[in-house]
Design a protein around this ligand. Sequence first.
Ligand SMILES: [Zn+2]
Ligand SMILES: [Zn+2]
Length: 322
Amino acid sequence: MRGLVFDRQLGGQPTLRLARDLAVASPPPGEVRIRTTLAGICNTDLEILRGYHGFEGVLGHEFVGVVDEAEDPAWVGRRVVGEISASCRECPTCRAGRYTHCPTRTTLGILNRDGVLADSFCLPACNLHLLPEDLPDEAAVFTEPLAAACQVLEQVHLRPTDRVLVLGDGKLGLLVAQVVALTGCDLTAIGRHPEKLAILSARGIATQLDGDRVEGNADLVIECTGQAAGFRRARGLLRPRGTLVLKSTYHGLVEADLSRLVVDEIQVTGSRCGPFAPAIRLLAQGLVDVLPLVEAEFPLDEAIAAMDHAQRRGALKILVRP
Ligand SMILES: [Zn+2]
Ligand SMILES: [Zn+2]
């Protein structure tokens, strides 16, 4: 089968290649094999090419697919999305319900597990979520990043009276802003691309171009710029005792004045994967608008070109269809 592989051949530097001779995996106990019908390219995939996590293998974690092999025949032929981390379900962390933090977890296309930018891949059956029939693949493929946006509401008590800034108008920022807007809070999304901010304005969300004078003193700033410089920018827009939510993952370190965080008593929350069920409900009910985020679609045979396109400055969601 085919797969977009990032690996090291003959001891050289890892490189990206479209393999055509990958073995079709037999699902291990508890897992199913899924035929990818549509996949999305995420910033994390691009960061992996820069060395993030030191991952080597098949890339990709955002998918819609159809189960084609499973122990339980009820799964076969079902259209699904799936949570991306496979956890042991036995260790103290898992028993406490914190599956996404299992110390021996593997994660699709990110950590010790081949990803979804391939004809097929394996995932534990307990990770799967069935999709409503009338939800098209092009919307459902946003479930994983939308779940990550919903995670902010899992973690932070966001009051409808709060003044909230979402910093960054990339793929994740546009989803986070739409989710946060549903609370009725006083939200402004800040970005650098008028055409992307227009996607939010069309839904009645206030937007502002970064560089225009942005009023700071916010109760909550959600950093979604995907860049190390975003931390400092976000911090500068907070009031004392405000909350800073960090959504960006990137390869590299940030220099930060931690004493100022102490003096201003800033609460910092890292925020990663989120709950799939609410994300599917939001998509099914049309409460968020994801289709305008699709920039282009490529066949799997052109996955390298798809990655190149995704790396263009300001590119929105690139989809890959096996
Ligand atoms: Zn992602
Ligand atoms: Zn565990």
